[in-house]
Design a protein around this ligand. Structure first.
Ligand code: MG
Length: 255
């Protein structure tokens, strides 16, 4: 099922995508199941929102795909390289990525995002699927020069709007072999396949849940395929992942 979070007017609601419509749910399906209200609304009449707002954290994995052009030792880490993005960096489909006035390129990183559905603490890899609510698409936006000048990634990857997610959460997906492609203004930039992750989804959940308790609604970005790409004010970044859809966000210089 594809689960969307949306607004028409008033408070956000949730729905199941059914053709061109949303079947409206009576509450947040992560906590109250999939009971429907009986109402249907056309998809093109709603504003889609970020399908989840992580209540505690966005975990992200760096350097999780082999880059054939980058033969550095750090390109194949033995354990996942984890970092955090604040939940205030989240925006939804169609929302603008606000480019702050910093030096250097702003780059896109199209990534499969795991949506955690249950409290996860010291999970064993074999049991990972019990803790996954579904999968969505994320853009791990990064200010490239800030990463290097700061020597770590909190600011470079943590600006407001630097974590677009959506458009939906797919709850029934075998995520082990999915094409990921990123486009800027319709031109393909990066592509890869989730089968080429260095650390698998199961390994990442085991490793991350050994560090932090993961709460329902937390998300884990699983890394982006090789090949950097920048974007500027006025351009639009689209990320397509097989089986989920396309996350599209325009970029604007921050006012
Ligand atoms: Mg990344």
């Amino acid at each position: 099922m594809k689960i969307a979070r949306f607004s028409t007017e008033g408070d956000p609601r949730y729905g199941i995508v059914d053709g061109d419509d949303l079947v409206v749910l009576s509450g947040d399906p992560m906590f109250s199941g999939f009971d429907t209200t009986g109402e249907r609304v056309p998809l093109d009449s709603v504003k889609l929102l970020a399908p989840v707002i992580p209540r505690s954290k966005v975990v992200a994995v760096g350097l999780n795909y082999v880059d054939p052009e980058e033969e550095s030792a750090e390109a194949t880490p033995e354990t996942p390289v984890l970092f955090l993005k604040p939940n205030t960096s989240i925006v939804g489909p169609g929302d603008a990525i606000q480019i702050p006035p910093v030096d250097g390129r702003i780059v896109h990183e199209g990534e499969l995002a795991i949506v955690i559905g249950r409290v996860a603490k010291q999970v064993k890899a074999a049991n990972y699927a019990d803790y996954v609510f579904g999968y969505t698409i994320a853009n791990d936006v990064s200010a490239r020069d800030v990463m290097f000048s700061d020597g770590q990634w909190a600011r470079a990857k943590g600006y407001d709007t630097f974590c677009p997610i959506g458009p939906v959460i797919e709850t029934e997906l075998d995520a082990g072999n999915l094409e990921i492609t990123t486009f800027v203004d319709g031109e393909p930039r990066r592509s890869g396949n989730t089968k080429d992750m260095i650390h698998t989804i199961a390994e990442i959940i085991e490793f991350a849940s050994d560090v932090w308790t993961l709460l329902p609604g937390d998300i884990i970005l699983t890394g982006s395929p090789a090949g950097l790409g920048g974007f500027v004010d006025g351009q639009t970044v689209d990320i397509t992942i097989e089986g989920i859809g396309t996350l599209s966000n325009p970029a604007r210089n921050r006012q």
